[in-house]
Design a protein around this ligand. Structure first.
Ligand SMILES: [Ca+2]
Ligand SMILES: [Ca+2]
Ligand SMILES: [Ca+2]
Ligand SMILES: [Ca+2]
Length: 413
């Protein structure tokens, strides 16, 4: 409406000033059109997507206060140029992804691990890589309610790493981190050293503590841990022990199939020895279904399978120390995906991952797993929100006006 008001005022001029008026109209129209086009394009780029880009090695966790799955970063193609730094929130109840465009953006993008601190209602992310040759030991905090990322400044920080594992012990209100590694050039895709250190982070005091338990699992990267709240134990499975890319192990000896349970209260790792073990694997994901009291494990990579990629679903019960292979419909094999348990909906949500070891076939699918019915469901692709193109009509109107102005100007000259 602004340009209509301006044009009405300008029309008060006499015939002498007609050319100047037309010139002014022309300039104003150009300015308005440029602004609207710019706004339309930039707005579309930000919100046009109804769901996140395909990716792997992203960070993901469930915010139980707000009933949202939060996803941050990752890589959307297999080169450093395609690392992404966006934050998304997924609401399973409405199958709705929202791009958050938060204040503050963490630098670590690929391989940062994020967990939800339910006591503080904050996401806590650690490590990962900024870019080629820059592995991180930064601690970043995300608050969904204020839509803000900020970097914490703890005094005592763990070494630089990626490929580590993290989980939140809600009974003790601490984040537990185990292992990971670092390559000499800080390339996140293959480690030359792997760690076996256990750390605890307390957000309330902004303190990392090296726990130095007397017995620890073998050092490893690409493992996963998850917290069993009923038993108050952190459960670890898999990972690779030897340095180097996990894809380059010809014998598979570095792949682990041991199950460990960590109790923060006693600072004790227990080597659980279930009678049945899943095959050794790396780059899988774990999530704890608190309603069913089971750790759910899905996917990953193992040399024992000729194709390498796994589509197995397993459930671990710490109380009985048993792994049970589930039998849902298959075909979702992948690596470097992430999973989080939506406790309000009683479902494990899976997002992203890759379909090839060269990570050249990336996924943008959202799946949910219901342990009670042993069923994976592919969520329908969400539609682009209707209000995305709210600037489309004003742009068309502006284009029409400028066309009329140009025609009039030519007739009058
Ligand atoms: Ca505890
Ligand atoms: Ca349990
Ligand atoms: Ca359940
Ligand atoms: Ca939900």
């Amino acid at each position: 409406m602004l340009y209509l008001v301006i044009f009405r005022d300008l029309n008060g001029g006499n015939m002498k000033n007609q050319r100047n008026i037309l010139k002014t109209k022309f300039i104003i129209s150009i300015l308005l059109i440029s602004f609207l086009l710019f706004f339309t394009i930039s707005t579309s780029l930000q919100v046009n997507a109804a769901y996140p880009l395909q990716r792997n090695a992203q960070a993901m966790a469930y915010d139980s206060t707000n009933d949202r799955i939060i996803v941050y970063g990752g890589e959307t193609a297999n080169t450093y140029a395609y690392w992404i730094f966006d934050t998304w929130a997924y609401d399973y109840n409405n199958n709705e992804w929202t791009q958050m465009n938060p204040t503050g953006i963490p630098y670590p993008s690929v391989g940062a691990v994020m967990v939800y601190d339910s006591d503080s209602d904050k996401m806590i992310a650690f490590g990962g890589a900024h870019a080629q040759y820059y592995t991180s030991n930064e601690t970043w905090i995300y608050d969904y309610t204020t839509n803000t990322w900020y970097e914490a400044s703890p005094n005592n920080v763990p070494r630089l790493r990626s490929g580590h594992a993290m989980a939140y012990d809600s009974e003790s209100d601490v984040v537990i981190m185990f292992g990971g590694g670092l390559s000499p050039n800080q390339n996140p895709y293959g480690d030359s050293v792997v760690y076996n250190d256990t750390w605890a982070y307390d957000l309330n005091t902004d303190t990392w503590t090296n726990m130095t338990p007397s017995v620890t699992p073998l050092g490893r990267g690409a493992a996963h841990i998850s917290y069993d709240s009923e038993s108050d134990r952190i459960i670890l499975f898999g990972g690779y022990h030897l340095a180097g890319s996990p894809f380059l192990d010809p014998t598979g000896e570095c792949y682990q199939k041991d199950t460990w349970a960590y109790d923060y209260n006693t600072n004790t790792w227990e080597n659980v020895t279930p009678s049945i073990n899943p095959d050794p694997r790396v780059m899988h994901a774990l999530a704890y279904d608190s309603e069913s009291d089971r750790i759910i494990m899905f996917g990953g990579y193992t040399h024992l399978n000729t194709e390498g990629l796994q589509d197995e679903t397993w459930a671990y019960d710490y109380n009985n120390q048993t792994w049970t292979q589930m039998n849902p419909a298959g075909g979702l094999e992948r690596i470097l995906h992430q999973m989080a348990y939506d406790s309000e909906s009683d479902l494990v949500v899976l997002f992203g991952g890759a379909l090839a070891t060269q990570r050249n076939d990336y996924l943008d699918e959202t799946w949910v797993y219901d342990y009670n019915t042993d069923n994976w469901t592919l969520m329908p692709i969400p539609e682009v929100p209707d209000d995305t193109n709210i600037f489309f009509i004003p742009t068309i109107i502006s284009l029409s006006i400028i066309a009329i102005v140009i025609v009039k100007r030519r007739r009058n000259s």
